[in-house]
Design a protein around this ligand. Structure first.
Ligand code: NAD
Length: 404
């Protein structure tokens, strides 16, 4: 029997699994993930801020696995050997495959900036998101003893989608922090330090400005055009003058790192010709050199023929990739032609708190703001939940409070 191995139970991997399992076409699947649960990585900022408990954004991988077709192995992938069609795991096991789907997701990118790993908090998975929330709460509790205003300060590094959504959720939870620290909510200071001045370049400028203005109206302080040069203990060092290299410092006891992501380290460790852990794949999502290996999700880059740039890394794109990789393996097994990646976006929406958002519909012709955008964002999230977890997970974890 043919063996299909799927590495990673994120959006891309689980979508591929669900699609393949439906066909029961004389093959066996092995799914590998380091966790026994899937999590909605688009909602990590809510766990980090504390506006959602972790359980709300995760569900057991076993719920998706059909034991008649699939074996789930909980382990970390260490290396992929494409020549010998083998995957080595940290539990000592080696898996052999006929077809491989690599969907190992992303990691935080520090760009080699000094002190990032030691002195700032990443927010890349459930554990690190919980750690961010625990850290914030500990600072608020400390404040009661120390009266150090830095305990009340939270700095987000990088105002991309992740940073902006995190700031919205932190603002939503300001009252909780203030209550623990025993201060007025406006004493909780939220900062973001960002390298560029034109934020969220994938959105029209007017819309990005709307998001910034909304957050500023809630008291978030934006330091833009200030590339971060180092993170020292409790201190962000940022450049204020590109010509002289002059820097300034912002002190805070919570510093969260959200300046971008790269694909899984396994991609680099396994000799894929990748840039920042993302490998350029053919239009049918295959490794150009190994016709039985597919790369999908955040460790994959597929060219958008319209923009002549790779498609961005988003959950929506990962889901489409997952389905196409599954369809293409079925096509290969049946001796048919593989299909090319095409993508019709529902929209690109950034939430700022539970009831506000801003974004573009479809390919970007129409913009949406406020409650309507927030409802659209929840619909996009519910669609992702259904496509990975199915209706069981949608009813348990879906966002039905669309207009509240
Ligand atoms: P990003 O790369 O989109 O944004 C990172 C931000 O950090 C940029 O604004 C960049 O200028 C800034 N930055 C980088 N280095 C810096 C430095 N040294 N000092 C200060 N600022 C610095 O990364 P992200 O926000 O983590 O998003 C990753 C991917 O996930 C993107 O493709 C994004 O579109 C996607 N995403 C989408 C959504 C959504 O659709 N709602 C939400 C989250 C993430």
């Amino acid at each position: 029997m043919r063996e299909i191995v799927i590495l990673g139970g994120g959006y891309a991997g689980l979508r591929a699994l669900r699609f393949l399992q439906k066909s029961k076409g004389g093959f066996h699947i092995t799914l590998v993930d380091r966790n026994d649960y899937h999590y909605e990585s688009t909602d990590l900022h809510e766990v980090a801020a504390g506006t959602q408990p972790a359980e709300k954004i995760l569900y057991p991988i076993e719920d998706v696995v059909d034991p008649d077709v699939t074996t789930f192995v909980q382990a970390s992938v260490e290396k992929i050997d494409r020549d010998n069609r083998e995957v080595s795991l940290d539990n000592g096991e080696t898996l052999s495959y006929d077809y491989l789907i690599v969907a190992l997701g992303f990691r935080s990118e520090s760009f080699g900036i000094e002190g990032v790993d030691d002195n700032s908090l990443p927010m890349v998975d459930v554990k690190t998101a919980i750690a961010v929330h625990d850290h914030i709460i500990a600072q608020m509790e400390d404040y009661k003893e120390t009266h150090n205003p830095d305990d009340l300060k939270i700095v987000v590094c990088g105002a991309g989608f992740t940073g902006i959504e995190l700031l919205g959720a932190l603002n939503d939870n300001r009252n909780e922090y203030a209550e623990i620290a025993g201060v007025a909510p406006e004493r909780i200071e939220l900062y973001v330090v960002e390298a560029v001045t034109r934020l969220l370049p994938m959105m029209p400028e007017e819309l990005a400005d709307y998001g910034v203005a909304k957050l500023e109206s809630w008291g978030v302080k934006f330091l833009t055009g200030k590339p971060i040069k180092a993170i020292k203990p409790q201190t962000v060092v940022y450049q204020t003058n590109a010509e002289t290299g002059e820097t300034d410092e912002l002190t805070a006891n919570t510093i969260i790192w959200t300046t971008g992501v790269s694909g899984s380290k396994v991609i680099d460790d396994s000799g894929f010709s990748a840039k920042r852990g993302r490998m350029m794949v053919d239009s049918d999502l295959r490794d150009p050199d190994y016709r039985n290996v597919y790369l999908i999700g955040d460790c994959s880059a597929v060219m958008d023929p319209e923009s002549n740039r790779p498609f961005p890394t988003t959950a929506q794109i990962s889901l489409v990739m997952g389905e196409l990789a599954a369809k293409n393996i079925l096509a290969q097994l049946a001796g048919r032609q593989t299909g090319d990646f095409t993508y019709e976006p529902l929209g690109t929406v950034a939430s700022i708190g539970n009831t506000h958002a801003f974004g573009v519909l479809g390919n970007g012709d129409k913009t949406v703001k406020g409650y309507a955008a927030s409802a659209l964002k929840k619909l996009i999230m519910d669609k992702a939940l259904t496509e990975t977890g199915g209706s069981k997970e949608l009813f348990a974890k879906g966002r039905f409070d669309l207009y509240h």
